[in-house]
Design a protein around this ligand. Structure first.
Ligand code: ADP
Length: 476
């Protein structure tokens, strides 16, 4: 034997200890003897035995229990048990615990040595197999890791992985380019320190309850990214950045086009409406002519409203809404409700107005806020059947004023909810007899965005809809 083989004997003092040691030494093995749990633990680490022979009892403890514990910790270490008496129970227990075998008197030197040798061989085979498996799994893992790294590096979207405390774990080259950062310099740092971009910070600070996982990130050089924040269990979170600059550019070109057309349409429309009104004054009209004329005027007014909405949207999107003054949202809501009273009464709807006292003021454009409130309450009236309920609530929280407009109408289907703030988008369940252009909520969103606020919808089909608008209160 060219390498020493160490057998650890964990046995209570007895004549067998001496017999065993002698037998093992004569076969060329080295031995160490321990008599209790503590010295067993120490020896397992210090002498790294090739085999453990443990007594049925050791230092007053169950040797089988100790053997089971060591089997858990050292799965490839061969473990034999020495028992005073053979029994079926012992045989079953040794099998159940996955031990390598057991010895019992009467024992001859040869029996001891041959059992030990057999167990060592078994262990050798198991060790070879384990090593081979580890090599195979490691190679497979390395291949997978290399694939993952290649995908992560080459993916077009930017990816930033954060741990549960918001420190950067991984950054891919697309994210490095997006924020002009170098991965090595930001790894391990808190994201707010490493990438202090205000739009990114706003996304990270936004409460999860708002349920909007994506956010637009506007770069100083004009690029725009759509960022998604996803929670990753046991890791933290992942931020995915998609460059949408070209979509924004397309949207801008489309908006410019719509703006120009709307502008060019407005003057002729005004004169068509003017002439239509003049016709009535040029001489008496018969009943049919009067009816046609009033339908004509209603249609022209409808088109004029549409054109005005489009022009408004164009102005809002171009950032031309810069007028700011001290405004109380509750005054605006009361004013709008007063104006809409005839419509509400005609539809026999009930309005529940709940305004918190001592609300802070806003710095806002009063005309735009009136337009926003008007669109939201108008929709609640329009979509809620006669006799339904409309709730308007205003409250303050954390330096923000929150407006909620709720109704007991048909609700917005979940699939449509993310899209109703888009221009011209109407939900699938809108009955054909309810008029609308799909521009009202796009205007609301632009107004809210221009005031650094947030708007979202929560709705249950068949139960009703609530629109939430959060606006920053005026700083003291
Ligand atoms: P519209 O002119 O169609 O009312 P909006 O932009 O104001 O356009 O609204 C977009 C869509 O959102 C509507 O067509 C409708 O499907 C849905 N919607 C808005 N408000 C409500 C509401 N209070 N109840 C149900 N659906 C609504």
């Amino acid at each position: 034997m060219n390498q020493t083989v160490m057998i650890l004997l964990a046995l209570d003092p007895s004549p067998f200890v001496e017999l065993g040691q002698r037998a093992l030494h004569s076969a060329g093995y080295e031995t160490a003897v321990v008599h209790d749990r503590l010295s067993l633990e120490r020896a397992l680490h210090e002498v790294s035995p090739d085999l453990l022979l443990i007594g049925e009892r050791l230092g007053g403890e169950s040797g089988l229990q100790l053997a089971a514990e060591q089997r858990e910790r050292f799965p490839t270490l061969p473990i034999l048990v020495y028992v005073e008496k053979d029994s079926l129970d012992i045989a079953k227990e040794v099998l159940r615990l996955g031990l390598n075998g057991y010895l019992y008197p009467p024992l001859r030197t040869d029996d001891i040595v041959s059992t030990i040798r057999r167990s060592l061989k078994q262990a050798q085979r198991l060790g070879d197999w384990v090593r081979q498996e580890v090599r195979r799994s490691t190679a497979a893992l390395q291949r997978q890791l290399a694939d993952f790294k290649a995908i992560f590096r080459n993916i077009d979207d930017g990816i930033i992985i954060l741990d549960s405390k918001g420190r950067i774990l991984l950054v891919n080259p697309a994210a490095e380019r997006a924020f002009s950062i170098v991965a090595e310099e930001v790894l391990g740092k808190p994201i707010e320190e490493a990438i202090p971009h205000p739009d990114l910070q706003a996304m990270l600070l936004r409460p999860r309850s708002e349920g909007v996982p994506y956010h637009e990130i506007n770069m100083d050089d004009g690029r725009v990214f759509n960022a998604y924040l996803t929670l990753v269990p046991n890791v933290g979170s992942a931020i995915e950045l998609q460059d949408i600059s070209y979509l924004k550019e397309l949207d801008r070109i489309k908006s410019d086009f719509v703006h120009t057309i709307s502008h060019d349409l407005r003057s002729p429309l005004t004169s068509v409406l003017g002439y239509a009104e003049l016709i009535g004054r040029t001489g008496p009209l018969n009943e049919h002519q009067r009816e046609f004329m009033s339908r004509l005027q209603a249609s022209i007014r409808h088109v004029t409203t549409l054109v005005n909405d489009l022009l408004d949207l164009g102005r809002l999107e171009a950032g031309l809404d810069t007028r700011r003054e001290v405004v109380h949202l509750e005054d605006i809501v009361e004013y709008v409700l007063d104006l809409l009273k005839p419509q509400i009464e005609a539809r026999k709807q009930v309005v529940d107005l709940d305004v918190e006292t001592g609300l802070p003021a806003l710095r806002a454009n009063p005309l735009r806020l009136r337009q926003m409130v008007d669109n939201l309450i108008n929709n609640a009236i329009k979509y809620t059947p006669a006799g339904g309920k409309i709730g308007v609530r205003i409250r303050a929280e954390d330096g923000q004023v929150i407006l909620e407009v709720s109704d007991t109408g048909p609700g917005v289907p979940p699939a449509d909810q993310p899209r109703i703030f888009e221009k011209f988008y109407r939900a699938q369940n809108v009955p054909s007899n309810i008029p609308g252009s799909g521009l009202g909520l796009a205007i609301v969103k632009s107004i809210v965005d221009n005031h650094q606020g947030r708007v979202w919808v929560e709705s249950t089909l068949g139960e009703g809809t609530t629109f939430f608008v959060v606006l920053p209160a005026q700083a003291d």
